[in-house]
Ligand binder design. Structure first.
Ligand code: SF4
Length: 482
């Protein structure tokens, strides 16, 4: 009998991307196969991003895969049958939610027979129509929804959705969904969740309400997954969590210990260990020491600060000061020579005064970031900041502030990249595109997380190669293979 096909569309951050890889495994184990068109597989192997958070590890920011089957290649698939489309959603901003609903409706025009399932941050309660009260099910075109931690229940849900469908036995029914092996997109570059949820309740953020409170995976489980991935060819692992610094094993806060444990995999072929996201309140000295001493650590730290004014940080309920943040950066730079630093910033938070914004500009000039993932504040329902309607900043002012802060970051970011010219950086190739003349155009990231482009005569996808930097184009560095 012909197997049913599926496609997963993933919105948002790297955690969602990683979750989709586990959903893909469950679907294939149940008897579904990835939707293919003209030899192309769209998900599991081809993830799609139509929106992103301001994190550096979103697909867009990393430039890994940005193919949207709804445009270009996807149009060629019009009217082909897909049995099931799962939307893994993001609710970091209201706009992201609205966009997801729009994309579902749009896709249904191309695939009117597909059953539609929704998971991710927009879902509150698992179930299909009639049996669950999730508000998303008020949309006629959504057939079922599931909280991501319930993805082990998918086979049963699908049996109810598809008449006559009998799922193959699920091996993970009694397990945490973390134990489902991911169908990884790139074998050489993988993402491993170490925890789920967040206990911080920043006033603008919906995550603790959608993903719940922090739960860490046992260290031995994380290590075992990393070891398997390295055996299968992983050169770079990124550990994922909403606040990785508060990772715990057996009740003990021990992120540095976890880093050092995974560093042991260097002898088995692991080259780079990265992590996101970190929180300044929990960024302890033992983590900095580990990063300075490990073989697999990269001279790059992404430490979201969100603002440069203490009074605004208080309103955001971030629970640290600008001085504390700068002290962490000072220690990181002292112990890890040549380290690059990036951050997340929100401009135009409710009540942000001109004076507070000037404090942010001064702070940016002092810290000299290598990147900033700057977002214009957009209200999120059901958050404390979303209720401060009388303090909302006009759009025009928010945009002006965004551009002003961007100019400050560009100054340091571009100057720091100029210093890389003439140096040889190790680049992990994430894309190798064949050109008409038989050459390949490559792009990838250096250990410092600089985006580097170069050309050579063969496909280098997944390889870590030395590239001599010759020039800079805005944030991008160009170079030559050494
Ligand atoms: S630390 Fe704050 S911004 Fe980050 S996920 Fe938790 S509540 Fe949201």
């Amino acid at each position: 009998m012909k197997k049913r096909t599926y496609l997963i569309k993933t919105f948002g951050c790297q955690m969602n991307h990683s979750d989709s890889e586990r959903v893909s495994h469950i679907l294939e184990e149940s008897g579904f196969v990835p939707f293919k068109d003209q030899g192309m597989e769209y998900l599991g192997k081809r993830q799609v991003v139509v929106d992103s958070t301001n994190s550096p590890l979103t697909r867009g920011a990393r430039g890994v895969v940005e193919e949207n089957p709804h445009r270009g290649a996807g149009r060629s698939a019009k009217n082909k049958e897909i049995d099931l489309i799962i939307f893994n959603t993001c609710s970091v901003r209201q706009k992201a939610e609205d966009k997801a609903i729009g994309v579902i409706q749009e896709m249904l025009k191309d695939y009117p027979m597909a059953k539609i399932g929704v998971t991710g941050c927009m879902v509150r309660q698992t179930g299909a129509k009639k049996e669950a009260k999730d508000p998303l099910l008020q949309h006629d075109f959504i057939d079922f929804v599931f909280r991501i931690e319930d993805c082990v229940k998918l086979p049963k849900i699908l049996e109810n959705i598809f008449a006559g469908f009998e799922a193959s036995p699920c091996h993970y029914e009694d397990d945490s969904y973390f134990n489902i092996p991911p169908n990884v997109t790139n074998k050489f570059q993988v993402f491993v969740p170490i925890m789920q949820g967040c206990d911080k309740f920043c006033s603008y953020c919906i995550v603790p309400h959608t993903r719940g409170r922090e739960i860490s995976r046992p260290m031995e489980e994380v290590f075992a997954e990393c070891q398997t991935l390295v055996k299968n060819g992983a050169k770079e692992i990124t550990l994922l969590g909403q606040n990785v610094n508060s990772y715990r094993d057996k009740g003990e806060k021990c992120f540095a210990k976890l880093l050092r444990k995974i560093d042991e995999l260097h002898s088995e072929g692991l080259s780079r260990l990265r992590f996101t996201a970190a929180h300044p309140q929990d960024f302890t000295d033992d983590v900095i020491d580990a990063l300075a001493e490990m073989k697999t650590s990269c001279p790059y730290v992404h430490l979201p600060v969100q603002h440069g004014s203490n009074s605004l940080l208080q309103d955001m309920e971030r629970n640290y000061t600008v001085e504390h943040y700068e002290e962490i950066i000072r220690k990181i730079r002292e112990k890890i020579p040549g380290v690059t630093i990036s951050t997340d910033i929100i401009v135009g938070f409710p009540g942000e005064t001109e004076e507070q914004f000037q404090e942010l500009l001064d702070f940016g000039r002092r810290v000299k970031f290598d990147f900033s993932f700057t977002a214009i504040y957009s209200p999120r329902k059901n958050t404390a900041a979303g209720e401060m309607t009388d303090k909302f900043i006009p759009e025009k002012i928010k945009k002006e502030r965004f551009h002003k802060f961007d100019e400050v970051v560009k100054e340091s970011a571009w100057a720091n990249r100029e210093r890389a010219i003439g140096k040889t950086l190790e680049v992990l190739v994430e894309k190798s595109v064949p050109l008409d003349d038989g050459l390949f155009r490559h792009s990838g990231r250096s250990r410092e997380f600089f985006e580097v482009y170069f050309t050579s005569g063969r496909n280098l996808m997944g390889q870590e190669v030395p590239v001599k930097i010759t020039n800079r184009q805005n944030y991008i560095l160009n170079g030559e293979l050494v």
